[in-house]
Write a protein that binds this ligand. Structure first.
Ligand SMILES: NC(=O)c1ccc[n+]([C@@H]2O[C@H](COP(=O)([O-])OP(=O)(O)OC[C@H]3O[C@@H](n4cnc5c(N)ncnc54)[C@H](OP(=O)(O)O)[C@@H]3O)[C@@H](O)[C@H]2O)c1
Length: 427
């Protein structure tokens, strides 16, 4: 028999307990021995739970798990940075293997955790930390292991994908769609980690380390969220044959990893453009396999519970049969992140200008002087002294674009630069 201690009995913890109970016989057959929960850590012992649970299993003292010599595997599902990180490290020091869905801790401290695990011959599995039910960590470690992977694109946050889909399909503005997402339980009361892009940044950091075998510091990842996206931009994108998604991007370069999260125009016939609502996807290119895309719901009790329980089965099987399938990380290198102003991209730009002769010529001159060449221009005629001007640029260095926009802002006939959104034509 293998014994589990679970830290946390919230959304995901409850899902894991349900799956372990419901599929106990099947799991026993897969592992070769029974897998039994012997302690569960919670904050509040008196809280009403949505699952039936033997109260004797519950504790509010983490030491009952971390320092319990009977426990083989610690499943961390309390979330957040501390005390989760401390509990993980101390459990490893005590010879336990770890299963976690904590993207923040893995993205921020993965290197230290994996090194500590390698030193202690423990295993760390974290499939649930990226895109909930979507299998991607183990495929990168196993099924895709023969490939050199140079690029990964992902829609890694279901809340923002739901909001952008709702804004686009129902012509709503951001605040209305956010409220709708909150009412439906797809966005938290404090949605900032999702809508400002940090949640997706943790996830792409994890994927990039694994795919490129290079650790990057999550604090160096360029992050821009979706608060500034307007329904006008979604409509114009559609008119020009694009959709707007919050895209997580990682590209392996010679001098560093180009890794970022920001809204992006994507051609509407690209497979990623079709991922709507709360669905997540990961799209990557392997030198042998070619393009691979997988999609699934990126969160929720049972999808995430499924990923976490699969990790438990894997670790339990490895312990029971004295084998090790989980990849070691000790050969991974550390890598720089390419600075955003050195990156080249196409851009969508929406300006509001006065409807006067010569305004286009002034703007075009500034672009020309700063090496910004234009792929297309859309001028919307309105019976109005103020008109919108829309540009799509060819590839330009971010710093050249920024310099030209700073100059354009100063022109008398330019009222405002309304939107600047990157265009990913080469996915
Ligand atoms: N929810 C999802 O769909 C989802 C998807 C992918 C990944 N994840 C990740 O999974 C992890 C768990 O998320 P969740 O949504 O299940 O969280 P949650 O519903 O907030 O549950 C957290 C659980 O941990 C317990 N807890 C929190 N802090 C504690 C502390 N200091 N000491 C003891 N117990 C503590 C809570 O106890 P009480 O019950 O007593 O309050 C609760 O049972 C997070 O890392 C999250 O990012 C979640």
């Amino acid at each position: 028999m293998l014994k589990l201690g679970i830290l946390g009995l919230g959304t995901v913890g409850s899902g894991v307990v349900k799956i372990l109970e419901k599929n106990a016989e099947n799991i026993k057959n897969k592992v070769g021995t029974e897998v039994k929960i012997i302690k569960i850590l919670v904050n509040n012992l008196d809280k009403e739970r949505d699952i039936e649970i033997d109260k004797n299993l519950l504790t509010d003292n983490a030491e009952d798990i971390i320092n319990n010599p009977e426990i083989d595997i610690v499943v961390e599902l309390i979330g957040g940075e501390q005390p989760a990180y401390d509990y993980i490290m101390r459990s490893i020091e005590n010879g336990k293997s770890i299963v976690t869905a904590n993207k923040l801790v893995i993205a921020k401290y993965g290197k230290r955790i994996f090194r500590k695990a390698d030193e202690n011959d423990a295993q760390v599995c974290y499939e649930g930390s990226v895109a909930g039910g979507l299998p991607i960590i183990r495929p990168l470690q196993n099924s895709l292991a023969a490939n050199r992977i140079e690029k990964i694109y992902g829609i890694l946050n279901g809340t923002t994908n739901y909001i952008l889909t709702d804004m686009s399909k129902n012509k709503k503005d951001f605040d209305e769609s956010l409220k709708n997402a909150q009412d439906l339980g797809f966005a938290e009361a404090d949605p900032s980690s999702d809508i400002d892009g940090h949640d997706a940044a943790y996830k792409i950091t994890i994927l990039s380390s694994l795919a490129f075998e290079r650790f990057v510091d999550v604090r160096d990842v360029y992050v821009e969220g979706i608060r500034e996206i307007k329904s006008t931009d979604l409509e114009l994108a559609h008119e020009m044959g694009y959709v707007i998604k919050l895209l997580a991007i990682a590209k392996n370069g010679n001098d560093g990893v180009d890794i970022r999260v920001h809204p992006a125009f994507i051609p509407e016939d690209h497979p990623i453009a079709m991922i709507n609502g709360t669905y997540n996807c990961v799209y990557l290119h392997g030198d042998a396999v070619g393009q691979v895309m997988s999609t699934a719901r990126g969160a929720g009790q049972m999808p995430t519970g499924s990923a976490v329980t699969a990790d438990i089965i894997q670790v339990a099987k490895d312990i029971n049969y004295n084998q090790r399938e989980v990849q070691r990380m000790d050969s991974f290198l550390e890598s720089n992140v390419t600075k955003i102003d050195e990156i080249e991209n196409s851009f969508y730009l929406r300006l509001e200008v006065e409807d006067k002769p010569g305004v286009m010529a002034h703007i075009a001159k500034i672009f020309g002087d700063n090496n910004v060449s234009l792929a297309s221009v859309l001028q919307k005629q309105k019976d109005n002294p103020v008109v919108p001007l829309v540009f799509i640029t060819h590839h330009v260095k971010e710093k050249d674009l920024e310099k030209s926009l700073n100059e354009i802002k100063e022109l008398d006939d330019v009222i405002e630069i309304k939107s600047v959104i990157r265009v990913e034509n080469d996915i």
